[in-house]
Design a protein around this ligand. Structure first.
Ligand code: OAD
Length: 255
């Protein structure tokens, strides 16, 4: 913790790579923890857990996704201390980039600016048809998700879903731009992600060897390849972010 605060006092150009763990305190489950989405949907008897977000499986079994989403789709949840910490880094003028695998929109709700934000797995802020690509009204999508009912495109009758990237769909990320921005960072904070889903997981390897990487996760990650100058914090990311913000005396304006 001291090492993280010291690193931030040097006013480094800072980047983040984050995952579902940063939204757990808000009330969203993560994916792979004991009480994560994949454990919660085990009763659906999917061929493999990620089939829930697989485009081929979705085409054949759309009801499964809409049934599972019924328990998870929420609009009433707000940003966590982790989001607020990222916002504070932005307000200090230190933020280069935030790469989030999350689709819950809490970074935007926290006030993190669109130019700083890269959402490779898409976002639930809009919806569209998987066949003709026509926009589907998002307010209506939310109602259907709450009821657990399938959304059909009003133009072609195909299946519609939130603009969240499913396995088998192209990722929304310009890899060269991501690399360029991550390489600019003196400090790169990775938190709340299991680093198992590619290609995003490999972004953890992009920081320059001279940069300091910080890994904040409540479990150790077998896939993470430590470097000598890493700061490894096996801890709750909200607790770490709150303490860092408090010790630095950083406050955030309302978003
Ligand atoms: P995972 O569920 O795989 O990993 C979340 C990680 O955060 C785990 O290692 C948890 O231990 C950790 N964690 C949970 N709560 C935490 C907390 N309060 N403090 C610190 N650590 C905490 O979620 P992601 O890595 O985000 O993709 O998953 C990546 C992708 O897999 C998702 O974007 C999604 C999923 O399948 C698609 O659906 C395309």
């Amino acid at each position: 913790m001291n090492a993280l605060v010291t690193a931030l006092r040097a006013r480094p150009t800072t980047g983040f790579l984050v995952g579902a763990g940063i939204s757990v305190a808000a009330g969203y489950p993560d994916f792979r923890s004991k009480d994560g989405i994949y454990a919660r949907t085990a009763h659906l008897q999917l061929p493999y857990p990620e089939a829930l977000f697989d485009i081929t499986y979705f085409r054949k079994h759309p009801q499964t996704f809409f049934t599972a989403a019924k328990g998870v789709a929420r609009e009433d949840l707000g940003p966590t201390h982790a989001h607020s910490f990222i916002k504070a880094v932005q307000e200090q003028g230190l933020l280069e980039v935030v790469i989030t695998q999350n689709i819950d929109g809490l970074e935007r709700k926290a006030g993190i600016s669109a130019e700083k934000l890269i959402e490779p797995h898409g976002s639930n802020a809009s919806s569209s048809c998987i066949d003709c690509g026509a926009d589907f009204p998002n307010a209506e999508m939310r109602k259907l998700l709450h009821k657990g009912e399938i959304a059909y495109c009003k133009h072609c009758g195909g299946l519609a879903k939130p603009n969240v990237v499913f396995f088998g769909e192209p990722i929304r990320m310009n890899a060269l731009e991501v690399r360029r921005r991550v390489e600019k960072c003196d400090l790169f904070i990775i938190m709340g992600t299991s680093l198992v889903v590619q290609p995003v997981a490999s972004i953890a390897e992009y920081p320059d060897k001279k940069a300091v990487r910080v890994l904040i996760n409540r479990e150790t990650l077998p896939k993470f390849r430590p470097r000598e100058n890493d700061i490894l914090l096996q801890a709750d990311c909200d607790a770490v972010c709150k303490e860092a913000k408090d010790r630095l005396g950083w406050t955030t304006s309302a978003s």
